[in-house]
Ligand binder design. Structure first.
Ligand code: CIR
Length: 260
C-alpha cells in the first residue's frame, strides 16, 4: 500500500525526560533538544520527498515522549484506533493525538482501546491487511483483543506474537514489503513468521531493525553498515537518517510518524 500522509510531532525540550532503558546507548546519555529538532525536521523533509503530505504537530512540553506519534494511535485506510499507552507519562498522548486523527477520519471510523487494555503502536506491524500485534510490557492481551475486534469489522485481521526482548515488536521485527522481514535471532525462530524471507540483523546492529519502508524506499538509521548492506542487496533504494538523539530514549524511525 502507498502512503500519502503522515502525522509527526515536533520534539519538546522535555525530551531529556523521555523514558529510556538505554538499550542502544550508554546509560545516562541524554538527548540534546536543538539537535533533535534538526533531526526531526530532516525526517519530515525525507517523508515529504517520498510524496507524503505531513501534518507536523507543535511540540507539547507536558509529554516528553510525544514526538513518537506512532504509539498513541494505529491508523489504516478504513479506520483509526486510539491506543491506551501503558506508561503514565505517555498515557495522555492519546487525548492529544485525537484532534489530528479527526482531521482525517470521521467519528464512526475512530475507536479506542479501553482500560484494562493497553496498547502502543510500536507493537503493531502491518503485513498487507493483517496486523501482527506484539504482546509486550506496553501492549497486553486485552489491548490486543480489543484491537482485533475493531479491525475485524473493517475487513482486516490480526494475531499476536510475543515480545520477549525489550520495548516494542517493531524493535525486533520489521516488514519491508515484498515478503522481506528484518528480524532478531529470537524472532527468527517464531513460527508465525516462518513464511517470510527473514534476514537476521547482527546483534550489534539491533537498532537498525527499525528501518522504515515508505513507497518503495527504505529509511535506515545512520551508522549500521551491515544492516544497510542487507537492505541494499535486496534492491531497495535507501535513505540514511540520523536519529542519534531519539535513540537515547529508545526511539527509532517508525516511532516518529503515523503513516497512512
Ligand atoms: C518510550 O519508552 O515510550 C519512548 N521513550 C520510546 C518510544 C519508541 N516508540 C516506538 O518504538 N514506537
Amino acid at each position: 500500500n502507498m502512503f500519502t500522509k503522515a502525522i509527526t510531532k515536533k520534539p519538546c525540550k522535555a525530551l531529556i525526560d523521555g523514558i529510556s532503558t538505554a538499550q542502544f546507548v550508554e546509560a545516562g546519555e541524554k538527548p540534546e533538544y536543538e539537535l533533535s529538532a534538526r533531526q526531526h525536521d530532516k525526517y519530515v523533509e525525507i517523508l515529504e520527498s517520498l510524496g507524503l503530505e505531513v501534518l507536523d504537530l507543535e511540540a507539547d512540553e507536558r509529554y516528553p515522549d510525544s514526538c513518537f506519534t506512532e504509539d498513541p494511535a494505529v491508523v489504516m485506510e478504513r479506520c483509526a484506533v486510539i491506543t491506551n499507552p501503558a506508561k503514565d507519562s505517555r498515557n495522555g498522548e492519546k487525548e492529544e493525538i485525537l484532534p489530528a486523527i479527526r482531521k482525517f477520519y470521521s467519528d464512526d471510523q475512530i475507536f479506542h482501546i479501553e482500560a484494562p487494555g493497553t496498547m502502543e503502536g510500536g507493537d503493531v506491524m502491518r503485513v498487507g491487511d493483517h496486523f501482527y500485534v506484539g504482546q509486550s510490557d506496553r501492549t497486553n492481551a486485552e489491548g490486543a483483543r480489543q484491537f482485533n475486534e475493531i479491525v475485524t469489522k473493517f475487513g482486516y485481521t490480526s494475531s499476536t506474537v510475543p515480545v520477549t526482548e525489550g520495548l516494542h515488536l517493531k524493535d525486533f521485527a520489521i516488514y519491508l514489503e515484498n515478503n522481506n522481514m528484518l528480524v532478531t535471532e529470537t524472532v527468527n525462530k517464531l513460527e508465525a513468521f516462518k513464511d517470510f524471507n527473514r534476514f537476521v540483523v547482527s546483534p550489534d546492529e539491533l537498532y537498525a531493525i527499525n528501518s522504515l519502508y515508505i513507497n518503495g524506499t527504505v529509511l535506515v538509521p545512520e551508522g549500521y553498515p551491515k544492516t544497510l548492506k542487507i537492505i541494499e542487496d535486496l534492491g531497495y533504494p535507501v535513505k540514511l537518517v540520523d536519529t542519534s538523539e531519539f535513540k537515547k530514549i529508545d526511539g527509532s524511525l517508525t516511532c516518529l510518524s503515523l503513516r497512512f
